[in-house]
Write a new protein. Structure first.
Length: 139
């Protein structure tokens, strides 16, 4: 996760003050993004209050953008870090029509959905545009 921003340039959506935003390569859940901290930490209590506040605002901006584009029934936010010890949020639009609804995204395996390069670029462009249209005012 520390080098994911460098390693996966084709999935980059946005760089914020405290986090990076990447599209998940598996788009089984359309719009599934990762928001991961620039700081190598694992727990919210490792972050100073101002940094933590920025991280939450940045996750919120991504969620609002995904909601606007995909119009899901719910946004899921998952912050686990059991397997990858660097803070990364799974921000996942969920639909009542998806086969795993209303269970967590990991409740059963699914076939990965891999897009074409053009489809990734188009989806990333939409999300980026929506993020910067809905981003809250900075102080
Ligand atoms: Zn790290």
């Amino acid at each position: 996760m520390c080098t994911k921003w460098l390693d996966e340039p084709d999935l980059r959506i946005a760089e914020f003050d405290r986090t990076y935003v990447l599209l998940n390569r598996d788009q089984f859940f359309p719009g599934y993004c990762f928001v991961f901290t620039k700081e190598h930490v694992t727990e919210l209590f490792h972050l100073s209050p101002p940094v933590r506040q920025s991280v939450v605002e940045e996750v919120t901006a991504v969620a609002a953008a995904l909601y606007k584009i995909f119009k899901p029934d719910k946004i899921n936010y998952e912050l686990l870090g059991n397997m990858v010890p660097h803070m990364h949020w799974h921000v996942v639009p969920r639909f009542a029509t998806d086969p795993l609804w209303p269970r967590p995204i990991w409740s059963e395996p699914h076939q990965e959905v891999i897009l074409t390069a053009e489809e990734y670029a188009e989806r990333i462009g939409l999300i980026r545009q929506a993020i910067f249209a809905t981003e809250p005012q900075r102080h």
